[in-house]
Design a protein around this ligand. Structure first.
Ligand code: ZN
Ligand code: ZN
Length: 273
C-alpha cells in the first residue's frame, strides 16, 4: 500500500475567504469544482497551478449567491473557457443583470434548487437555502464516496435547515464573520451594522461557535471558519471565541479534529476530507 492510497479521495482547498473575495476548490486531486469566483481570474489560475491544476481540470462552478465578493472574477475566468455554472435560478437572474457578470454566456447557466440533489464527478451535491440578502442564496452539502462536507457561508442566522446540514457532515466550512464587540464599536454606519447582524446578514463568531460546540463529536474532521470580516474580526478573536464556547460546554476537541480560520488571500493547499 502506498502512502497516498490511505488519503481521502475528496479534497478541499480554499483559494480565498472573506469579504474581500471567496473561492474554494472542491473535488478530487485531479479534477473538481469551484465554489464561487470572488477573486480575479489571474489569481484563480495561479492558485490552480499551485495545486498542479488548470482550468481544464475544473468541470463546473457552483455559486452560493450573486454578491460581488463571490462572483467578481467569473466573467473574466470564462472569457475563453466554457465551464458550466450551477446556481439557484434567482442567483442566475442576478448574474444576468449584475454589472460584473452580465456578459456571461447564458448557455453556461444551469439551474439548481434546494433539496434537489445532483451528481458531478461522482460527488453527490445537495443545495440548501440560507437566509442572506443575496439573490438565491444557498449552501452546499457534498458526499464523495462517504466523505462529507458542508459549506455554509454568508448566513444571517442558523435556521433549522442550515443546522441540519451542518450536523450531518464530517467536514464543515462555516461562517464566522464578525466579533460582536468589534462590530458594535467599529466605524460602520448604524444601518450597515444592523444589516450585518440582522437575520439576512452574516453569522457572528459566537453564534457559530455556540452551535458548533453543541453539535461537536469526535467524528468531525475539520471545522474551517470562513468569510471573516476584515474590519470586524481577526483570526485570533474567532479562534478565542470557539475555544471559549467549547470550554463552557466542557467539550474536548479530539486530536483528529482540526479547527482553524481560513486565510483571507492565501491558499490552504489540499485539505483531505
Ligand atoms: Zn453575501
Ligand atoms: Zn460574501
Amino acid at each position: 500500500m502506498d502512502l497516498f492510497s490511505c488519503l481521502s479521495p475528496f479534497v478541499f482547498c480554499s483559494f480565498a475567504s472573506g469579504s474581500s473575495g471567496n473561492c474554494y476548490y472542491v473535488g478530487r486531486q485531479d479534477e473538481g469544482l469551484l465554489v464561487d469566483v470572488g477573486i480575479s481570474a489571474r489569481q484563480v489560475k495561479e492558485k490552480l497551478l499551485h495545486q498542479d491544476l488548470s482550468l481544464d481540470n475544473i468541470k463546473a462552478i457552483l455559486i452560493t449567491h450573486d454578491h460581488i465578493d463571490h462572483v467578481s472574477g467569473l466573467e473574466m475566468l470564462l472569457k475563453n473557457t466554457a465551464i458550466p455554472i450551477y446556481a439557484h435560478p434567482d442567483c442566475l437572474q442576478g448574474l444576468a443583470e449584475g454589472n460584473a457578470t452580465k456578459r456571461l454566456d447564458h448557455a453556461l447557466f444551469h439551474e439548481i434548487e434546494p433539496a434537489q440533489p445532483f451528481e458531478l464527478l461522482g460527488i453527490r451535491i445537495e443545495p440548501f437555502p440560507v437566509m442572506h440578502d443575496g439573490r438565491g442564496a444557498m449552501g452546499y452539502f457534498f458526499d464523495c464516496e462517504g466523505h462529507t462536507l458542508t459549506i455554509a457561508t454568508d448566513i444571517g442566522m442558523l435556521d433549522k435547515v442550515v443546522k441540519e446540514q451542518l450536523r450531518r457532515a464530517e467536514n464543515l466550512v462555516v461562517e464566522a464573520n464578525y466579533d460582536v464587540e468589534m462590530l458594535e464599536h467599529g466605524s460602520y454606519p448604524y444601518i450597515l451594522k444592523q444589516r450585518i447582524a440582522g437575520p439576512f446578514g452574516h453569522l457572528s463568531n459566537v453564534e457559530s461557535a455556540r452551535f458548533l460546540a453543541e453539535i461537536y463529536h469526535p467524528g468531525i474532521k475539520n471545522i474551517l471558519l470562513c468569510h471573516l470580516s476584515e474590519n470586524n474580526n481577526t483570526p485570533e478573536r474567532a479562534m478565542q471565541c470557539f475555544y471559549e464556547q467549547f470550554r463552557k460546554r466542557h467539550v474536548h476537541l479530539d486530536v483528529n479534529t482540526t479547527i482553524c480560520p481560513l486565510p483571507r488571500h492565501k491558499s490552504t493547499g489540499f485539505v483531505y476530507l
